[in-house]
Design a binder for this molecule. Sequence first.
Ligand code: CA
Length: 221
Amino acid sequence: MRILIVEDEEKIASFLKESLEAEYFAVDVAEDGERGAYLACINEYDLIILDNMLPKKEGIEVLREIREKEINTPVLVLSVRSEAPKKVDLLNAGADDYLTKPFAFSELLARMHALLRRPKGIEEEVLTAGDIALDVPRGIVTKKEKELHLTRKEFMLLRYLLQNKGIVLSRSMILEHVWDMEVDAFSNTIESHILSLRKKLGDTGKNRFIQTVQGRGYKIC
Ligand code: CA
């Protein structure tokens, strides 16, 4: 799951980025409205957290702009009570939810999970395939009920594959959803993570759990 945070207050932005990364999200940050609108258009995010008071372009303008371009990513707007535009204006502009600062991180997370569950029903609590189970809220992966110790990226990669069971995921799709902008698209990051994931899953036999589809990408059946 990849998230865009559009927030000009550096402290809040870095707190959110760190906290969300600890919850297995890939996170990009834009520090003003213009950059936020730009990133929302060039990358495919699963959710956007949009501050309302921003330099260069206000949150509500960013929202209108991306909705005009038919980007339907769920958007959660943050604002301070005193500056809050009417909730109805935000909803009309295409916001999916709204949170007033200051807020508890646990509430933000709960609302994010609700939004991520909504459109495609993709955020199941426990994802399974064969004897592998990935428990999203607990951050645990098991094989035959025995816990496996995965790194953050391995967990995110496996989760993305399981959420798209039966679908071939290309390198660029995996990069878009599991990595943030700091990754070098031409490195062998994905290959090496698939390799280590296979090792930990004991996926070494002839009938691979994570299948390589030559020239196209990877899939789990
Ligand atoms: Ca602000």
